[in-house]
Design a protein around this ligand. Structure first.
Ligand code: SF4
Length: 403
């Protein structure tokens, strides 16, 4: 996996010009979107190149882009040539769209001369009809054969700089196709569940497919194809790689307790407020929002930093040790403040500078007061256990056979 892009990019203000239908400069969406995608974690951005105007637009966009651009060439093989002339860093060819071997080889020869890699992008939905018939549908075998046929055309002109995708909207189909492809070739693979749909279902589908493969060591680049703002796609991709430990964490890893009868705050609201407050800041710490000081500090002692609510106060803890007490309405601000202090000086320095005894005494006092007020069984678990035991040990009713 490539190193993450930096989070924000300053854009030089420019006037806007139009290349045919494509606006460039002056905050035009094409480049603005590429910058936003890069800021959200995209290392590579794909742009459609299906018309002459689009190719001319790419010629202007590519040199200004903060990340490499892949041109998606649809049905017109000449657009592959035009995209290469525009200076793109990669081409995506769909074997189901450009089928004439002479055209494929002409594009590959030019890409070879320019040192531009090609992604063979097989898609279950646009599989070559001959393969579809041969295999009785868009099967994993059909998709892998499609990729191998395209590879063979490229091989004929000595082109080897290839990565491959075999996407489908059906997760088990996509997973099996990639597994078979991984066994059949050592080319890098680009993962994706195509047309996954809007979040949250689309996110779940795409994550199910890609995470399964990534956990098996399969996959070199990924893409979320969501019916959503592409920035959401890039953000999801970054988060998946971070969650799997395949990319260094850039942002905060916010954890929160599930809440229960002990909660002293609206945990969902405070956790979401904290997430919004941290935003895109580069603070790769695990930060916990806990609903009560009775159990919160213990349950989240592994976090770098956390806060637990109690009697209208927030008890801050660093690496499981109490460091400060703040009013409840300042819990989120205090979390951000302490996270920044840890980033600047390190957790040891923050712990050394805190009045830990006073913070611990305050937390213990609130914990004791809450236990006193609400009792030790605020969730009524023990009462229910007693109830179950009682009914299980009751005499069988007349006519009922003993279990
Ligand atoms: Fe959250 Fe406290 Fe309940 Fe644990 S006991 S889930 S920290 S409110």
């Amino acid at each position: 996996m490539q190193a993450p892009a930096s989070v924000t990019f300053e854009r030089r203000p420019t006037r806007q010009i139009h290349l045919g239908a494509v606006p460039v400069g002056g905050g035009a969406p094409t480049l603005a979107q590429i910058y936003a995608l890069a800021g959200a974690g995209a290392d590579i951005v794909r742009c459609t190149c299906n018309t002459e105007d689009a190719a001319e637009g790419l010629a202007r966009i590519v040199p200004r882009s903060p990340v490499p651009i892949v041109a998606d060439v649809h049905n017109n093989w000449r657009m592959g040539i035009a995209a290469l002339e525009a200076g793109v860093q990669c081409l995506r060819l769909n074997p189901g769209n450009i089928r004439n071997p002479a055209h494929i080889k002409q594009i590959a020869s030019m890409a070879k001369d320019l040192g531009v890699p090609i992604r063979i992008g097989v898609n279950a939905g646009s599989l070559d009809s001959k393969l579809y018939q041969k295999h009785g549908g868009a099967t994993p075998e059909a998709m892998v054969e499609s990729a191998q046929m395209e590879l063979a055309y490229l091989d004929e002109v000595g082109f080897e700089d290839v990565k491959i995708s075999v996407k489908a909207s059906n997760v088990p189909l996509m997973v099996e196709a990639y597994r078979q492809l991984a066994d059949a070739t050592d080319h890098p693979l680009h993962l994706g569940v195509t047309e996954a749909g809007p979040p949250p279902a689309g996110l779940v589908k795409a994550t199910a497919g890609m995470a399964t493969l990534l956990a098996e060591g399969i996959g070199d680049t990924i893409r979320y194809s969501l019916t959503a703002d592409p920035v959401e796609e890039a953000r999801a991709g970054r988060m998946l790689l971070e969650a799997l430990g395949l990319r260094a964490r850039k942002g905060v890893d916010l954890i929160a307790c599930p809440s229960c009868g002990r909660a002293e705050i609206d945990v969902i609201k405070v956790a979401n407020d904290a997430l919004a407050a941290f935003g895109e800041r580069e603070i790769p710490l695990q930060v916990a929002v806990m609903g009560c000081v009775v159990n919160g500090p213990g349950e989240a002692r592994h976090a770098d930093l956390g806060i637990a609510a109690g009697r209208r106060k927030g008890h801050l803890f660093v690496k499981g040790e109490n460091v400060a007490v703040v009013p409840e309405d300042q819990m989120v601000a205090a979390l951000v403040d302490y996270a920044e202090r840890i980033m600047a000086d390190g957790a040891a320095a923050v712990l050394a500078g805190a009045d830990r005894d006073a913070a611990r005494r305050a937390a213990e006092a609130d914990r004791a007061a809450l236990l006193d007020e609400k009792g030790a069984d605020v969730n009524h678990s023990e009462e229910r256990v007693e109830l179950i035991r009682k009914s299980m040990s009751a005499e069988p009713m007349s006519g009922e056979s003993p279990a």
